[in-house]
Write a protein that binds this ligand. Structure first.
Ligand SMILES: [Zn+2]
Ligand SMILES: [Zn+2]
Length: 895
């Protein structure tokens, strides 16, 4: 890669990529005694046995419960306020064990936009989940645009999940670690034009009468502007009112509904040790009360309220401790649900907060050095005249190193550095320096899609929601439906047949944020339409944040390896590198056809992991040699049946001659048709192909990824034995390294998605084909709009708020996008107008890029996987990248 960069210095973007690659690949010195020259020619079939056993199969016990296509009578819905995929990732690494929510079998990803803007607040976000409808910014389960005068009129109120449960004769319950009248719980049992009407919201609870309410906020019941004593009024309705943890515990053994509020305003933070009762215990009490009061079933909403608050404070450790606190409550609910057949558990979020990412210290330290060190970097995030000593609580640092205890096997077990770094988005951190100090500084929410985890009856239906209002509509339908015990019996359908063909598409660097950006710019992505989804960890053995070589090796072979290593892995942690057999090699050995298509060089890390074995990804000439010897190492007349990509500079004339001797048709343009009966090598460019914006379906010298994929499929599908085709959208990663915030990145994502669409169309017409779309690792991208953060002056660094940084406003698609009709609601948008999208990266990275020419790093955030076709459900259960390689290898070997 670096050689390639030196030859292409005229392109800024490529220089940036090289600068960044230098952080991982070029300077990487894998601690291996395996001489890479020993792994090339003469490499016998025997040497390429399946390779060492996986070192760290990372215990991911995903529940194997059957997901009955039926109706639950009990439903427990967890909302982690502000809990994005990075929070889930960071909390998992912090406890060195995957979160309990990751053990839930069905996973989805949903958009969170509100009625008229891209980035939601918690009230509009919770309204969508509670009612199945979007509402205006800060609206609580009322129709968009409802005023305070109108909010009490039934025609302005949206029917809620709790209303549906009540009409089906089921009880309801609310739990929060904030005031119980806060936006998220309120949306389930109140109708108000603005979330700030806490006193009014408490009155609405008197009308809805949830059988149990636990949390905080006594002041909204007994210190009210209207002087009413709501505690007395609830008691008159038969409630037990409990004001302390002991009273709540005592009441759980009693009878009748329970109102337990244990703090005056909000609960203290989970890490303070001052919380009267843990979320886990509140869930336990609530389930006891609900089971006692309503044997016919219930709906319980549980909010991990303060994940969001820690995100607003740029407090990574706080995000972690609040997420872990909620996950312990999830574990309790799952333990309860797994004893029964009638309970659906759902875990999701209302939105992401702060544009958080998980980095590892070596990256963060390098960037901080470029800003003059950690102390200086920290000062840069504070106002010039800010006096730390004059404030009660010092502002948290923008970049924090956390201990990363290794009590389990989950994490970079070979790394000597037991820490991780959480970082936040550029606008959120950079704007703090422009804060006028008039109130507490608060980072902004983002519009990145959030995960859904579901288990129990109808879990697959729930996890299929792609938008928060769709999730709300599904939950409401389930809550209103009568219990149907007969339908809960598991079906007798046998196992699905194995797919004949597998098409694996890897979007290099494609994370949930880039998918969100692609979706909002296009209105629809084929990738997101796929029927099964998973969220996977991507760490390497030696680093929390992986590179494309280490992660492609995991995807290709099922073996976790080290950063920079291609097709090799140690047999045990710390051991020497040994070559490992890829799923592509296994498929070829079993007589299947094989193909590789990429927009980068064929010798680049991701494609290389499928046919090469090198201790360093930088050995691209040697990797070209491995392509040449792939066939003979497998004991076959030739290697990969069809390979299309760049990298001509690494394929020497002698290589090409030797390949022709293996019957390869070698071409430098994409042929109209790849002739059957012989293997093909199509080398389209000296290095990588031009960027997506410069490629075209009808340009044989620089085709789209879709055209390349189509040509490969036309060729491969002629064989009865089936095939494995690997397709890499390699330049999404390059655009992200270049901190592209505009059309360049969006064009790469669209190019990749078109290839996914082509693969899905092939599977649709041919049958027997499994399509998998995933990513090797994430970056630090997140998505903002022109409203949230701007409305309350928390955008000081952006030019639109008078700051020095130019945000790029990108158009947002309304056509095709689910539940986006309100984007045209100009009367509610006021001065902001219709939503536009702004892309940002992590603060420290973008701040460095403003000063020196420097690209961005990968992140350790978990990445999404999508699968459609025979056995796709098995892929939806993967939580760790090597598990994908193990699945592919098993499939290829016919097991
Ligand atoms: Zn918030
Ligand atoms: Zn990269």
């Amino acid at each position: 890669m670096c050689r390639r960069m030196r030859s292409a210095m005229k392109f800024d973007i490529r220089w940036l990529v090289c600068a960044t690659a230098a952080l991982v690949a070029c300077q990487s010195t894998p601690n291996s005694s395996a001489d890479s020259s020993a792994v090339g020619e003469g490499f016998s079939k025997q040497v390429m046995e399946a390779g060492p056993a996986p070192i760290s199969p990372a215990d991911f016990p995903v529940s194997d419960r059957v997901n009955y296509q039926a109706r639950p009578s009990r439903m427990i819905v967890f909302i982690g306020d502000g809990m994005g995929h990075a929070a889930v990732t960071a909390a998992s690494y912090a406890q060195s064990e995957p979160l309990s929510m990751l053990s839930m079998p069905d996973v989805g990803f949903m958009t969170t936009h509100e009625h008229e803007f891209l980035t939601t607040d918690s009230a509009a976000g919770a309204t969508a989940i509670a009612t199945g409808h979007k509402t205006h910014f800060e609206g609580v389960s009322v129709r968009p645009g409802t005023t305070r005068e109108q909010e009490s009129e039934p025609e302005h109120q949206l029917s809620t999940l709790f209303g549906a449960a009540a009409s089906a004769g089921r009880a309801t319950g609310l739990i929060a670690t904030s005031r119980i009248t806060h936006a998220t719980p309120a949306a389930f049992a109140a109708h108000r034009s603005n979330r700030g009407q806490y006193d009014d919201i408490a009155l609405d609870y008197l009308r809805y009468k949830p059988a149990v309410m636990l949390g905080a906020g006594t002041r909204f019941f007994e210190e009210r502007a209207d002087k009413r004593d709501l505690f007395a009024e609830f008691e008159a309705e038969g409630y037990t009112v409990a004001r302390s943890a002991d009273e709540v515990r005592a009441a759980s053994g009693g009878q009748g509904p329970l109102l337990g509020l244990m703090h005056r305003s909000d609960m203290p933070s989970a890490s303070s040790g001052e919380r009267a009762m843990s979320l886990e215990e509140m869930v336990k009490v609530a389930i006891e009360v609900l089971d006692r009061e309503s044997p016919q079933g219930y709906v319980l909403m549980v909010e991990g309220s303060q994940i969001d608050w820690a995100g607003h404070d740029l407090d990574g450790p706080g995000v972690v401790s609040e997420t872990l606190d909620m996950d312990r409550a999830v574990a309790h609910a799952l333990g309860y649900a797994r004893e029964r057949t009638d309970t659906l558990v759902v875990v999701t979020a209302d939105h992401e907060t702060g544009g958080m990412s998980v980095l590892d210290p070596p990256y963060a330290s390098r960037y901080m050095m470029l800003l003059g060190g950690e102390e200086r970097a920290y000062r840069m995030t504070l106002p010039d005249d800010y006096d730390v000593s004059a404030h009660d609580e010092p502002l948290p640092p923008s970049v924090v190193h956390h201990p990363l205890p290794r009590v389990g096997r989950f994490g970079p077990v070979e790394s000597a550095d037991p820490r991780m770094t959480t970082s936040f988005g550029f606008m959120s951190v950079g704007s703090r320096a422009f804060w006028d100090g008039s109130r507490r500084y608060s980072a902004s929410h983002t519009a990145v899609m959030v995960p859904i985890f579901a288990e129990g009856p109808a879990a697959a239906e729930v996890a299929a929601a792609r938008d928060n209002a769709q999730l709300g509509a599904t939950l409401q339908k389930l809550a209103a439906a009568p219990d149907d015990e007969a339908a809960r019996q598991p079906g007798s359908a046998g196992p699905e047949p194995r797919p004949k063909n597998v098409i694996l598409l890897v979007g290099d660097g494609l994370g949930l944020a880039s998918l969100s950006a692609g979706l909002y710019s296009r209105g629809e992505l084929a990738t997101l339409s796929m029927e099964h989804r998973a969220l996977m960890a991507t760490h390497a053995l030696d680093r929390l944040v992986n590179d494309s070589a280490g992660s492609a090796t995991a995807i290709a072979s099922g073996r976790r390896s080290r950063v920079g290593v291609v097709g090799m892995a140690p047999a045990t942690a710390g051991g020497d590198l040994l070559p490992v057999r890829s799923a592509l090699a296994e498929a070829a050995l079993k007589g299947k056809r094989t193909g590789i298509v990429t927009t980068t060089s064929l010798t680049h890390a991701t494609p290389a992991a499928f046919f090469a074995h090198r201790a360093s990804r930088a050995q691209e000439a040697a990797i070209a040699g491995d392509f040449l010897t792939f066939g003979q190492r497998l004991g076959r007349s030739h290697g990969v049946d069809v390979a299309i990509g760049g990298g001509a500079r690494y394929f020497r004339t002698s290589h090409l001659d030797a390949l022709r001797a293996q019957e390869y048709a070698v071409s430098t343009e994409l042929p109209e048709r790849l002739a059957a009966g012989q293997p093909h090598l199509v080398v389209l460019a000296d290095e990588g192909l031009p960027p997506a914006a410069e490629r075209g379906a009808d340009n044989p010298g620089a085709p789209t990824l879709e055209a390349m994929t189509e040509r490969a499929l036309d060729y491969l599908h002629q064989d009865e034995a089936g095939f494995l085709l690997v397709v890499e959208g390699g330049q999404i990663d390059w655009a992200l390294h270049g901190l592209d915030r505009g059309e360049g990145l969006l064009a790469e994502i669209a190019d990749f998605d078109a290839a996914v669409a082509r693969a899905l169309a092939f599977a649709e017409s041919e049958g027997d084909t499994l399509v998998i779309a995933t990513s090797d690792h994430d970056h630090t991208l997140s998505v903002l709009d022109n409203h949230y953060g701007y409305h309350s002056g928390h955008c000081g660094v952006m030019s639109a708020c008078g700051g020095p940084f130019e945000g790029i406003a990108l158009p947002v698609a309304t056509e095709g996008l689910t539940n986006a009709q309100g984007f045209a609601a100009t009367e509610l948008q006021g001065e902001f107008g219709a939503p536009t999208m702004t892309l940002q990266y992590d603060w420290i990275v973008q701040e460095v890029a403003r000063r020196v020419q420097m690209g961005g790093p990968h992140s350790g955030n978990m990445v999404p996987l999508f699968a459609s076709g025979p056995r796709a459900a098995e892929l939806g259960r993967l939580r760790d990248q090597p598990q994908l390689g193990q699945w592919l290898t098993r499939w290829a070997s016919g097991n």
